[in-house]
Each structure stands twice: as C-alpha cells, then as structure tokens.
Design a protein around this ligand. Structure first.
Ligand code: NAP
Length: 308
C-alpha cells in the first residue's frame, strides 16, 4: 500500500513527488512512455525563474534525479484505470497489447499532461515517421539540408521553425491566421532568417507522397487558392489535448476533456487530485505545472493526515 500514486512523470508529477516525499509520504510514480513530459522537446527553456537558459531535456533530467534523490520510485507502466475498493484506490496498468498490474494507494495525483493535437489530415497517422512529426527536436536532424514545413502559430511552432532553420534548407511556417499566438520576440527572430518563409492565412489541406512525405498542399483561407510546397517533412505543432479518457468515470472532465479541478488541485473526488496541464486552467506553462505539483502534493498530504 502506497500513500500516494502519481500518474505521469512530467514537471507536475515529478514536482508532486518531491513535495510528497519530503513530507514523509511513500510515493509511486507511473509513466507510460518517456519521463519529463512535453518540456523535453523544448530546445531552450528561458522563462523558468532562476534558470537563464537550459535545454528542456536537461531540465527534465535534473528534475527526475532530484525526485529520485528523495526516494521516488518510478514504474514505466501506462495507467489504464482507477477504481475505489474498500476505502482505497486501485490503479491498474497495462496497454492494449499487454496486461499490467494493480497497485493500491490511499491517494492519487493525476498529472497526465497533454498530448499533441493532430491536424486531422487524411493519411496523417500513417505518415508519422515517414515525414510527419510532432517533435522537431526529436526528428529534425533527419531533414538536414532539406526543405520542411511547420504547421502552427504558437510558441511551439515558432520554436520548431527556429530550430529547423538552423540546418534545413528552407522552412515554411504555415499558420491559419495572419498573427501569431506565440511571442513576438520569436516571430522577429524568424523574420530575420533568410531560409524561413511565412505562409499565413493558410491551412495544410493535404499531405503529398505515396510512401513518404514529398510535399504538402496548402489552401489560402480567403481565396481558396491551393499551392504545393515541395517539402520532405511536415512538423505539426498545433497545440495539445488532454489524455484523461481513462479517468472519466472517477473525476469530472470539462467539455475539452481536461480534469475539472481548481487552483487547489482538488477534483471533488475524495483522495484524487489533479496537477499540471491535464486540469482545467488558463495558463499552461512550466512554472504553473511545477506550482500545481507542489499544491496537489501538499493537498494530498493534508488530506491523508486528516484521514489518519
Ligand atoms: P498553442 O499556444 O495552443 O498554439 C497552437 C497553435 O496551433 C495556434 O496558433 C493555433 O492557431 C494553431 N492551431 C490549433 N489548431 C489548429 C488547426 N486545427 N489547424 C491549424 N492550426 C491550428 O500551443 P503550443 O504552441 O503547443 O503551446 C502550448 C503552451 O505551451 C502555450 O501556453 C505556449 O506559450 C507554451 N509554450 C511555451 C514555450 C516557451 O515559453 N519556451 C515553448 C513552447 C510552448 P490560432 O492561433 O489561430 O488559435
């Protein structure tokens, strides 16, 4: 029996582990894929207080080591459900292909983060790994010297375009509006790059190529005019969406699928807390994920102590 099971080892989950362990609770962390969450894909973190510059990968590695130094135990098993039984929470793991295990805890912190939102194009899924990618820092090197396209207008798309422009011959940045959602400073840096071209008020309407990406078709939102961009890679960076389906019967999800939990990280379900990007919130940043981890862990500790 563990005091607190934490689902998700991103910034929120790892921070929650540090706070709960330092408060003397036993903690078991679950991660389905890779530790660190979304920040591992950010080449340069420069907006976390006290850290001027650090790669997202290094940030996540440091956080993991810090949690481990306090005794965090981590299991690489995707959590597929939670149920209440005899006053405790039973967490089941496993995947579509394989059965997992069942673990018991007094309290659970859901820190499941968010996953990449697809563009919803025909053949988008089958072209993943054949030119379609959701992670420029992971896959960008495969496109050295080639022309690529980035779809999106937020900070991730801007960062991806910046990163790819360092070694790709040409980078088309395709955005559905004429104003970017991401920081103006990043937009200015991209404007100054000779090999970056903005394709605004446009949507990617088709992925071209039989077995791999050989181009993308973009359609102008106003004129309807279509244009083919000769690229070998399409990096999709159109935001994130939650992955909370497995917990729909345990906690309330909002209309977008985020866990309905306020700033106190309480879900309204006794002993279940939600932290980070997986919950309903205005600002999803590294700082707010870390803050949530602390708040959720301390709330869970208080709840456990009151329960006795
Ligand atoms: P985001 O800020 O939500 O931006 C998503 C972008 O994709 C928006 O420009 C949106 O267009 C566009 N989009 C959404 N759905 C689309 C669709 N179906 N077709 C075409 N375009 C679509 O997502 P993000 O860039 O991944 O960033 C997520 C959060 O992380 C943000 O808060 C961001 O500031 C933060 N972040 C911070 C850093 C950093 O500070 N270093 C780095 C990366 C991310 P519209 O603008 O028209 O809605």
């Amino acid at each position: 029996m563990t005091d607190i099971i934490i689902v998700g080892a991103g910034t929120a989950g790892l921070t929650a582990a540090i706070y709960a362990l330092r408060a003397g609770k036993s903690v078991l962390l679950f991660e389905g894929l890779a530790v660190g969450g979304q920040i591992v894909n950010t080449p340069d973190v420069e907006n976390y207080p006290g850290i001027a510059h650090m790669s997202g990968f290094e940030f996540a590695s440091n956080l993991l080591e810090q949690a481990k130094s306090f005794g965090a135990e981590l299991k690489y098993e995707p959590v597929k459900g939670i149920r209440a039984e005899s006053g405790t929470w039973h967490v089941t793991t496993g995947s579509v292909d394989a059965d997992g295990h069942e673990y018991e805890a007094k309290a659970v912190i859901l820190a499941t983060g968010a996953k990449n939102r697809p563009l919803g194009l025909e053949r988008e899924q089958e072209m993943i790994g054949r030119g379609v990618s959701y992670c420029a820092t992971c896959d960008g090197m495969f496109f050295r010297g080639k022309a690529v396209a980035v779809a999106g207008g937020g900070n991730t798309a801007l960062e991806d375009a910046q990163f790819l422009a360092n070694y790709c011959s040409h980078v088309y940045l395709i955005h559905r509006r004429d104003a970017f959602r991401g920081d103006e400073k990043s937009v200015e840096l991209l404007r100054a790059k000779e090999n970056v071209e903005f394709v605004l008020n446009s949507n990617v309407s088709a992925i071209l190529g039989e077995t791999k990406v050989e181009g993308v078709e973009v359609t102008d939102k106003f004129s309807g005019e279509k244009r083919v961009l000769d690229v070998s890679g399409l990096f999709i960076a159109v935001g994130q969406m939650p992955a909370n389906e497995a917990f729909a019967g345990i906690v309330t999800l909002d209309e977008k699928g985020y866990i309905a939990a306020g700033e106190d990280c309480g879900t309204g379900t006794d002993g279940i807390f939600a932290a980070g990007d997986c919950r309903t919130k205005e600002v999803r940043q590294l700082t707010t994920a870390a803050a949530d981890g602390a708040v959720a862990a301390l709330a869970a500790c208080k709840w456990l102590d009151a329960k006795g």
